[in-house]
Design a protein around this ligand. Structure first.
Ligand code: SF4
Length: 274
């Protein structure tokens, strides 16, 4: 048993390896912790690199894979490698849900029946309130995409990021996701983290490393403590870098275990990406 396997088994670090496929995005949300947007540097991990990481992750003892960004589906060739990732380990892709053309959904059909899900952001049952933080027509695009993905055999999860939902608003949102065929266990609600653009906008809750989920996260810039770690502020990378070395994966995995063993754990802060 490796040190990483033990750390995952003991709950010192999460079993999911996160990878940032890119940093660019067709949206420019007010609270984006990576300051993603259409004009930022792409900082991509190629689909081939994602496949390498999945192989290494499995061998190292990780139990699941998470692909995030930026908007991952802007990376050319991503859809084509997802079945290979999902056959190796349970795979979750985070998306803003706005790019699902018929052509892209056809490319995703081989994922039907695999341990795979797409987690789409939706922040309110009120279109105006959702779109205010994300983009015009975002609500309509997401609500249209969910059933089309499900019809192609893709499991869809909904993630809600908010400064605070009133009870009535939360109930309306839950009624909406249920009506879309997304069960309660596939809906997560998390606070805005005051990092990246959220910090610039004065939004969200301040956090320190021990508040963040201990989940190794690989980006084009290096390896980080958490998927909330590789944040950007004023165009500069600012937090929670473990090591610039990401290959072989055993190097950042060992760094992660060392840091986790020396980091006191906080009470759960409800910041989990999943
Ligand atoms: S929060 Fe997500 S969808 Fe919004 S700009 Fe950032 S990466 Fe894009």
């Amino acid at each position: 048993m490796t040190l990483l396997t033990e750390a995952v088994r003991d709950g010192a670090i999460g079993g999911r390896l996160w990878v940032y496929a890119n940093y660019h995005c067709n949206l420019q949300c007010a609270y984006c912790l990576t300051e993603s947007g259409p004009l930022v540097a792409r900082r991509e991990l190629s689909p081939e690199r994602l496949q390498e990481l999945a192989v290494e992750a499995r061998a190292a003892g990780f139990t699941a894979l998470g692909v995030t960004g930026g908007e991952p589906f802007l990376v050319p060739g991503l859809a084509a490698v997802l079945p290979a990732l999902a056959k190796r380990m349970p795979t979750l892709v985070l998306s803003n849900g706005t790019l699902f053309t018929d052509r892209l959904i056809d490319q995703l059909r081989p994922l039907a029946g695999l341990d795979f899900a797409i987690q789409i952001s939706l922040d309110s049952a009120e279109p105006d309130r959702n779109d205010e933080m994300r983009a015009p027509h975002n609500f309509a695009k997401v609500v249209a995409a969910v059933p089309r993905l499900q019809a192609a055999g893709i499991r869809v999860r909904i993630a809600t990021t908010s400064e605070g939902l009133g009870q009535g608003e939360l109930e309306r949102l839950c009624n909406l996701h249920r009506s879309l065929g997304v069960p309660d266990h596939d809906h997560i609600v998390r606070p805005i983290v005051r990092r990246g653009r959220a910090a610039e906008q004065g939004l969200g809750a301040d956090v320190v490393r021990r508040d963040l989920p201990a989940e190794l996260t690989i980006t084009a810039d290096g390896a980080f403590w958490s998927p909330f770690g590789p944040t950007v502020r004023g165009g500069r990378l600012d937090t929670d870098l473990l090591t610039r070395t990401t290959s072989p994966l055993t190097v950042p995995a060992a760094a992660m275990v060392r840091v986790a063993q020396g980091t006191p754990r906080s009470e759960p802060a409800g910041l989990g990406v999943v």
